[in-house]
Design a protein around this ligand. Structure first.
Ligand code: NDP
Length: 310
């Protein structure tokens, strides 16, 4: 059984691992494979595939996305609807997300924003004790990556809450489910961490009206997708101080335009979509495990439900 690898970046790191982990499988590269061969390939491993990728793959049985988010892939005009689309579940990203989120939470909890202002003005002033019980952290999304964030935050003693589509039970976390519960969830978030997939239901979810449910002086950490938040509304609330701090890794337009106010806003830290990346070895092992399951008729991990969009 053969595989097709289609990534915009260097293929060599992926090929090296594929050769080591699956020496019996032939691996073809997009752009270096003739049409006759492409028509026989059952499995495609893709990241940001070009527009003409899927048409020649007439023998395709499954598509494996080399990342967790599939919003861009589901919008691909050539995506075949008759084969399963499978994403990476965690793939080393949960631990990276957890580090990033912890940095953001500690930034506000230990008042490094205020301390930076004081340092700039040579002010020696102790801002007082930081009680973890007073920094309530809420996570939008309770999936694979949120789980890693929860595990990392738990030992610090912050009250944790989480919001998902279907009811979830997570030890030590107050959980909410569904849109009706969103205002109550948001009202209890001193720090809001966004880890939702971008779908028809979640696009623009954090509108100005919803951001208004956050307590005064709340902070926002967006690790998921820029289009989940009304960025103009977020900016206005940062300007007024209603939102104290935003740590933003993702934006509606990426790269973030050089003249965007987020770049220079005193209450914003911008990172260029670098909070977490798929680790090739973990991803390849997961994909090969899924192919083995598929070939023996067992369920695969991370199959996308196109009607839900994640
Ligand atoms: P999962 O699919 O494992 O979890 C998604 C969570 O969101 C689930 O808890 C799900 O609810 C919840 N959810 C989905 N739709 C809704 C809705 N309409 N209302 C309420 N809750 C909803 O995803 P991951 O944790 O693996 O990844 C999350 C996202 O992170 C990815 O989709 C991707 O966009 C982003 N990401 C960003 C990266 C970066 O570098 N910045 C890197 C990797 C991923 P339920 O539990 O009920 O299904």
């Amino acid at each position: 059984m053969t595989l097709l690898l289609a990534t915009p970046g260097a293929a060599e790191p992926w090929l090296k691992i594929l050769r080591a982990e699956a020496p019996d499988r032939a691996v073809h590269l997009w752009g270096q494979t003739d049409a006759q061969t492409l028509a026989t390939i059952p499995y495609a491993l893709v990241w940001k595939p070009p527009a003409d990728l899927f048409a020649p793959l007439t023998g395709l049985k499954a598509i494996f996305n080399l990342g967790a988010g599939v919003d861009a892939l589901l919008a691909h005009p050539g995506l075949p609807k008759h084969v399963p689309l499978v994403r990476i579940v965690d793939g080393g990203m949960a631990a990276q997300m957890a580090e990033y989120a912890l940095y953001g939470v500690l930034h506000v909890h230990r008042r490094f924003d205020l301390l930076a202002q004081q340092q700039a003005a040579s002010v020696w002033n102790d801002p007082g004790i930081c009680d973890p019980a007073e920094t309530r952290v809420g996570i939008l999304g309770l999936g694979a990556l949120a789980q890693g964030v929860i595990e990392k935050l738990q030992p610090f003693g912050f009250p944790l809450s989480g919001w998902s589509r279907s009811p979830r039970s997570v030890p030590g976390v107050t959980t909410y489910a569904g849109l009706d519960s969103l205002p109550a969830f948001l009202a209890g978030c001193d720090v809001l961490i966004v880890l939702l997939p971008l779908t028809a239901e979640t696009e623009g979810l954090l509108s100005d009206a919803r951001l208004a449910h956050l307590p005064p002086g709340a902070s926002v950490i967006n690790l998921a997708r820029g289009a989940l938040i009304d960025e103009a509304a977020l900016l206005a609330r940062l300007d007024s101080g209603a939102i104290r701090f935003a740590l933003l890794d993702v934006f509606r337009q990426e790269p973030l335009p050089t003249d965007h106010p987020f770049w220079r806003h005193p209450r914003v830290k911008v990172t260029p979509h670098t909070s977490a990346a798929t680790l090739p070895r973990e991803a390849i092992q997961q994909i090969l495990g899924n192919i083995a399951a598929f070939e023996r008729g067992a369920p695969m991990q991370g199959v996308i439900d196109p009607t839900r969009g994640y």
